[in-house]
Design a protein around this ligand. Structure first.
Ligand code: ADP
Ligand code: MG
Length: 604
């Protein structure tokens, strides 16, 4: 008998898989529920969470509500009242449209839905557990909808375990809440966490809403930005140059009232500040772009925080010009009255027609971690006299081993002052170089690790201020005790080229060491904390651990092709050391052949 191998996944499994895409953490649920409340036309939205949303996320709205059939349908996959045909996809005015949020959420939680439309007398109560409806019955409830999501990921222990501390999860919930609240000042919002009111935001205009959220001082830091062209409309507020801070956090772009992340637009805005603010500092901004939905694609990201414009350079250019104009106005009359209603501001109409491309070239693929190795200038290092306990131990062992095995290798010590160094790369793996009476075969990766290790260990030379400031600082989450440990290492990390800013359970990395190879920063910190936890501090000094890890991560790799000048610099740097036989973790760097050895082989 033949059986078919392909089976349709049962719905509840399909939903669980899809949930992985939509629901990453409590904050994702918050975002979807708030957006549904907005789409339902609510004028008042209340968000109640417990334990950062891990225990409860509840959204109460006074929107349209649902009749019993829609209520039941809303939990099904691809159930949406918002689009009916594929064409509708190109004219979306609502936040949601995929019809998968509720289906995904109910698949991984205990969900309770209470809802009533205006015309019904009794509303509907539905209780569901992991996609299974347990209760559906009439209930007396105000017009609108209450959705409660309890025990997120109760049925996926691996994901539940992956959730961060209450504090961290709450920060994400808070962020999502603010993004929605900022874009909708005409709606009143409140946020309650573990019984405490975090925000109570009455109906307001945009500036008042910003102030209600960030405190009264914010309004003195902002200037209005406004521009309208047939393609796009820009409104909002940007920081005065003196409001720029080294830390990011109050930077918001919205497209059609939807929060988006856009390094590209950020760059456009920052370029308008060029020369006005300290490099790598960030003014606050709250920028609202309005554009015909036909010109954007919000479908590219499952959680919809990225938007693709059909004409990106134009958006870039208009934003930059508008910001320059605002800043120029501010310069002319810094005492501008910011309490004036924004509608009374004289609009700026210079770029009604199609704008020219700005002269700045932007590379949206620019990755600060990828440094071109062919630029071997940074590759050069100076002399290193300083030796640490770790290094001494390593060298003692080295000498013991070498003297025990081969006399010739001892004479590799003391290469200082060599002028004509030559070598060539072999198999993209070794560097072959004649030296005095010997032929050296050098393991390129280990040699470079060795060089970098000492470079990072050297903590009082100018070399150590060669950190590379990041255009987009990296935010890393840690537990409290990890943060404490990192704080104790701050100067050591700074000496290596890092710059860090500490939050309660967040570290902002604003600069990283300049390295030839790309480095995964989150991984570096994870590895560092891991290593420091494993080793008693007396065994390997933390600064040595940092240097070692950076050397390992930053070194050129086996298999990497080197330019001739890189080969030369590598040899020169290596030969500057009195001894360079072994890497810090005790791997052999050099294999040498003497004439007698070669003869011996040839005469066999
Ligand atoms: P989408 O928002 O993409 O349509 P959802 O899964 O988020 O998909 O919601 C499914 C449907 O449930 C919505 O299209 C809407 O009709 C209904 N719905 C969800 N939340 C609410 C709410 N708070 N008030 C009224 N209707 C809602
Ligand atoms: Mg939705």
């Amino acid at each position: 008998m033949q059986t078919s191998k392909i089976k349709l996944l049962p719905d509840h499994i399909a939903n669980q898989i899809a949930a992985g895409e939509v629901v990453q953490r409590p904050a994702s649920v918050v975002k979807e529920l708030l957006e549904n409340a907005l789409d339902a036309g609510a004028s008042e939205i209340k968000l109640i969470v417990k334990d950062g949303g891990k225990t409860l996320i509840q959204v109460i709205d006074n929107g349209t509500g649902m009749n019993p059939i829609d209520a039941r349908m809303s939990l099904e996959r691809h159930a949406t009242s918002k689009i009916a045909t594929a064409d509708d996809l190109f004219a979306i005015q609502t936040k949601g449209f995929r019809g998968e949020a509720l289906a995904s959420i109910v698949a991984v939680s205990h969900l309770e839905l209470k809802t009533r439309t205006e015309t019904e007398e009794l509303g509907t109560l539905i209780k569901a557990e992991g996609s299974k409806i347990i209760v559906q019955e009439p209930v007396s409830t105000p017009k609108g909808t209450v959705i409660s999501v309890k025990n997120l990921f109760y049925n996926i222990p691996a994901r539940r375990k992956f959730l961060k501390s209450v504090q961290v999860e709450m920060k994400h919930v808070n962020d999502e809440f603010l993004r929605v609240a900022l874009a909708h000042p005409e709606i009143s919002f409140s946020l309650i966490h573990n019984g405490n009111i975090v925000y109570q935001l009455p109906v307001a205009n945009t500036l008042q809403r910003i102030n209600a959220i960030f405190g009264g001082k914010m309004k003195n830091k902002l200037i209005p930005i406004e521009e309208q062209t047939p393609y796009i409309k820009i409104t909002g507020y940007i920081g005065r140059p003196d409001s720029a801070k080294l830390k990011r956090g109050e930077q918001f772009f919205f497209v059609n009232k939807r929060f988006i992340k856009s390094p590209y637009l950020h760059h456009a805005l920052m370029s308008a500040y060029e020369g006005l603010i300290r490099e790598k500092s960030y003014p606050p901004y709250f920028i609202f772009l309005e554009i015909d939905p036909q010109h954007i694609d919000i479908n590219i990201h499952p959680t919809k925080t990225e938007v693709k414009f059909d004409d990106e350079p134009t958006v870039y250019s208009i934003l930059k010009v508008a910001a320059k104009h605002s800043l120029g106005q501010f310069n002319l009359s810094p005492s501008i009255d910011f309490d004036r209603k924004p509608d009374l501001e004289i609009p700026y109409h210079q770029t009604k027609s199609s704008p020219k491309l700005p002269s700045i070239e932007v590379d949206p693929d620019f990755n600060p971690f990828e440094v071109d190795f062919s630029n071997s200038k940074d590759f050069s290092i100076g002399h290193f006299e300083k030796k640490t306990a770790f290094f001494d131990t390593m060298m003692n062992e080295t000498e013991e081993i070498s003297s025990g095995i081969k006399d010739t290798e001892n004479s590799l010590l003391g290469f200082k002052g060599i002028e004509n160094i030559t070598g060539f790369q072999f198999l993209n793996k070794y560097i072959v170089s004649p030296f005095q009476e010997k032929l050296l075969i050098i393991h390129q990766q280990r040699a470079h690790e060795f060089i970098l290790f000492h470079k990072f260990l050297e903590n009082n030379s100018s070399l150590n201020h060669n950190g590379q400031t990041l255009t987009f600082p990296i935010e890393l989450e840690f537990q409290k005790k990890e943060i404490d440990l990192l704080k104790t290492l701050e100067t050591k990390l700074e000496n290596a080229g890092f710059k860090l800013e500490f939050g309660e359970d967040i570290v902002l990395v604003t600069a990283i060491p300049s390295l030839q190879s790309k480095m995964n920063i989150p991984e570096f910190f994870e590895d560092l904390l891991h290593k420091l936890n494993l080793n008693a501090p007396t065994e390997i000094q933390p600064e040595e651990q940092i240097a070692l890890l950076l050397a390992k991560k930053g070194a050129i790799k086996t298999g990497q092709k080197l330019e001739q000048n890189s080969v030369d610099v590598l040899l020169k740097d290596l030969f500057n050391f009195e001894s360079f036989m072994f890497t810090p973790d005790n791997k052999k760097i050099v294999y040498s052949l003497t004439d007698p050895e070669i003869q011996n082989q040839l005469n066999k």
